[in-house]
Structure formats: structure tokens, C-alpha cells
Design a binder for this molecule. Structure first.
Ligand code: ZN
Length: 433
């Protein structure tokens, strides 16, 4: 007997079980809630992978025997981070069409390698906004591969000729299964049903054109407001799934906001009126600054893509700086694949560069992102009862946010109570897993 969603024989537990209770001491605790750090902190997890204590050493419960003790040596312990906008199925700078040239086995193995690279960068939960089949989510869930816990949109709903309709001039479809076309409200509903049937955790739509698409501009509108409303309603009818809108130009941003989406992805054309409306409706903004700071390369990009990015980078910086100052509900997302994979937390540096306080940037990448994914009741902060997703990093990110951007500084990553990355020197006390 096999479970259709997990592909796992129902009498076998495939799940990784190397979960040892942990006691981390001599740590600087930044818990993701935005409160001041605790300088001599202890964090304790149990055999179920839950946090049982996170706070000052002076008030910590006594150590018990069957734990692995980790001396953080003054390093900083933080919640596992989120990247709410990745495309793990694609190598950086590789247009979806290039996938058609690769053997599917190689695509799968390369994708698994990118998942590993992403968790080692400190991302314990990621949201894939196009290209990643739901099987990867299950593969991580069941311990077949190691990577961030996943939410995936599977495919991207776009109109004919829109941002996600990737075709050669002769009509050859190069989307490699990434696009789902819809040109009316009815088709929009059907498109939602199709991606949900494939196991999507959320719905991704194109409310505007984009940078990497050859035939449109970021200011072009994508799905109509009424089509977006139909998408949102259909997603609501199926477990209240969130809707993420690729939205760059101002008019499309307004269509998305009025249509009722959960998040504005990119948001380069956000003006004050749009920020007001987003604020009223509790809509999240995922600015994907990595594409602006690290995703522009004249040598590898087609000329149309390079020119659009250069033209828009000044506008983006100005508008996202305003959104930060305004106090928009910003979550962390990189658009990795457009920018590099495996250095996701460089996004924090870019947010700080545009005026965000380092502590606020950390909250954006942890608690606020957990809220966007509907997981804030168990992830995003280091508080008792929450799932033990955490990392240890060298240095103090509050004085140098850049330390988090270099995976070499992320010396330990724990996900669901399981140590997934360990560059720590051999612990002088306690048991190694
Ligand atoms: Zn994207």
C-alpha cells in the first residue's frame, strides 16, 4: 500500500530521525521578534524538534543527560530564515527554455544540489514561485533529500504573450512546464484548479510584464483586475491558498492589490498610494533586491533584459527605500535563479542599504516571512513551543548585517530539530550525532 502524496509505503517511515535534543550555550540570541538580543543566552530543544527554552543563561533549566551540548562560543543564534521567492528548478541566469536541452535526471540532481546549497545558506524554509514540482516538497518532507521546507506554486499563471508565456517567435513553447495560460476570468479559475491539482501550496500570477521576458515591459499590465479577483476567489475556495503576484509597474500593482492578492512580488513601481492600499489590506511586499544588486550582468544577459534592469534599478531603489521608510510589511525574497543561489541572506544587506534597520531586516526574513507563508504559529521566532529551525553565525549581524550573507559564516543549521549543517569545531563536551 502506497500513499499517493508521499510515495511512501504507509508502514514505513522514510523521515529523517537523527534528531538529538540540543543545548546551545554561550550564544547571543536574536529571536526574530525584534526585541533586543540576549548576550549570554541558552537555547534548548527536545527530542520532538521543538524549542523548550530560549533566553538568558541565568534563567535556563539545568542540563539533562541525553543532549548534545553546543558551545556557541559567543556566536549569534537566530531563527532559520525564509526565502519567499526562489526558482530552485533553474540555474542562475539560465532561461527556462534552456532546461529543454538537459536530461530530466540532470535537472533533478542539479535541483537537489541547489536545495542543499540553499539550506546551507541559512534558509530552512523556501517558497518557490515557479518551476518546481510538488514532488520536491514531498522529497524534503520525507527525508529523501535535504533542503529547505518548501511551499511551491508549481507553475505561473499568465496571459497569452505575458511574462510567463515563454515561447520562441515560431511558437515553440520553452516554458518547460512553468507557465499556465489564462485569458479570461473563467480560464483563470481553471488555471488555479490545474496548479492546485498538481499540488501547489499557493498560486502565482503575473500582474505585469517583466525584465526577463523578451516581449513585454515591466509597466505592461498582466491579468486584469477581474481575472485576479477570480484567481483569489478560486484559491480561497481551495483551502484559502495565498496568491503571490509578480507585479512591477504601478498599474499592475494596483490591479493586484484591488484583486485581493496576498503578496506583491518585486513591487518596483510601488508609490505612496499603493503603499497605503497595501497597508490597508495587510498585503506583503517581497522586494527581491538581489536581482537588482546581484542579478545584473551585461555579459550573460540578453540585451533587452540588461537594458530593462539598468533602466529600472534606480526606480526600484527609490521606491523600495520609500516602502521601507513607510513601514510596509516586507518579507524576504531573492528571486534566486535571476540572482545567485546559495547566498540568499545577502538580501538582508540590500534591505539595510536602502535604509532598513538590521534588526528589522532580520525580522523581515524570519517572523514576517513566516506570517506570509501562514507558518508563524510554529516557525519564524525562537520561542518555546516553536519548531527548532535555527542557525549559528559568526559575528554580530546587528553591527555587520553582511556576516549573514556569506554561507561560510553560517556554521550550523538546524531544521526541525535535525542538524543539517555543522562546521563547528568538535564539541569539547556532549555527544556528537
Ligand atoms: Zn521570480
Amino acid at each position: 500500500m502506497t500513499d499517493a502524496t508521499t510515495g511512501t509505503a504507509t508502514d514505513v517511515t522514510a523521515r529523517e530521525t537523527s534528531r538529538t535534543p540540543l543545548r546551545i550555550h554561550h550564544a547571543r540570541l536574536i529571536d526574530g521578534t525584534g526585541v533586543a538580543p540576549v548576550n549570554d543566552a541558552v537555547l534548548v530543544t527536545d527530542a520532538e524538534g521543538a524549542i523548550t527554552y530560549a533566553g538568558p543563561a541565568a534563567a535556563a533549566p539545568p542540563a539533562t543527560e541525553a543532549v548534545r551540548t553546543i558551545d556557541a562560543g559567543g556566536r549569534t543564534v537566530l531563527p532559520g530564515f525564509f526565502d519567499c521567492h526562489v526558482h530552485l528548478a533553474y540555474a542562475q541566469g539560465s532561461p527556462p527554455g534552456r532546461r529543454a536541452e538537459l536530461d530530466p535526471v540532470l535537472i533533478t540532481l542539479d535541483t537537489a544540489a541547489r536545495l542543499r546549497q540553499t539550506i546551507e545558506a541559512g534558509i530552512t524554509t523556501a517558497r518557490d514561485l515557479g518551476g518546481l514540482s510538488a514532488g520536491y516538497r514531498t522529497a524534503v518532507e520525507t527525508g529523501r533529500i535535504v533542503g529547505p521546507r518548501l511551499h511551491t506554486a508549481v507553475r505561473i499563471i499568465s496571459h497569452t504573450g505575458g511574462h510567463a508565456d515563454v515561447r520562441l517567435p515560431d511558437g515553440t513553447d520553452l516554458s518547460a512546464g512553468m507557465s499556465e495560460i489564462a485569458d479570461t476570468s473563467d480560464e483563470a479559475r481553471l488555471a488555479v484548479r490545474r496548479v492546485l491539482r498538481e499540488g501547489a501550496d499557493l498560486v502565482k500570477i503575473c500582474a505585469t510584464g517583466g525584465m526577463g521576458s523578451p516581449y513585454d515591459q515591466p509597466d505592461d499590465e498582466g491579468l486584469l483586475e477581474e481575472e485576479i479577483r477570480a484567481v483569489v476567489d478560486e484559491a480561497r475556495r481551495h483551502g484559502d491558498k495565498p496568491v503571490a503576484a509578480h507585479a512591477q509597474g504601478n498599474a499592475g500593482i494596483f490591479n493586484a492589490l484591488r484583486g485581493g492578492v496576498t503578496s506583491i512580488e518585486h513591487g518596483y513601481g510601488l508609490d505612496e498610494r499603493a503603499l497605503d492600499l497595501a497597508g490597508e489590506r495587510g498585503v506583503f511586499v517581497v522586494p527581491t533586491l538581489s536581482t537588482v544588486y546581484a542579478g545584473i550582468n551585461k555579459d550573460t544577459m540578453p540585451p533587452y533584459h540588461y537594458e530593462k534592469k539598468v533602466r529600472w534599478s534606480g526606480i526600484t531603489k527609490e521606491n523600495i527605500a520609500r516602502a521601507i521608510e513607510y513601514g510596509a510589511r516586507i518579507a524576504l525574497g531573492t528571486d534566486a535563479a535571476v540572482g545567485p543561489h546559495g547566498v540568499n541572506l545577502m538580501e538582508l544587506t540590500y534591505l539595510v542599504d536602502l535604509g532598513m534597520d538590521p534588526m528589522a531586516a532580520i525580522v523581515a526574513g524570519t517572523r514576517t516571512s513566516a506570517e506570509l507563508l501562514g507558518m508563524a504559529d510554529r516557525l519564524g521566532t525562537l520561542t518555546p513551543g516553536r519548531t527548532a529551525d535555527l542557525l549559528l553565525c559568526d559575528g554580530d549581524p546587528l553591527t555587520d548585517i553582511g556576516v549573514l550573507g556569506d554561507p561560510a559564516n553560517i556554521v550550523c543549521v538546524v531544521q526541525d530539530g535535525v542538524v543539517r549543517k555543522d562546521l563547528l569545531p568538535t564539541a569539547p563536551t556532549g555527544r556528537r550525532p
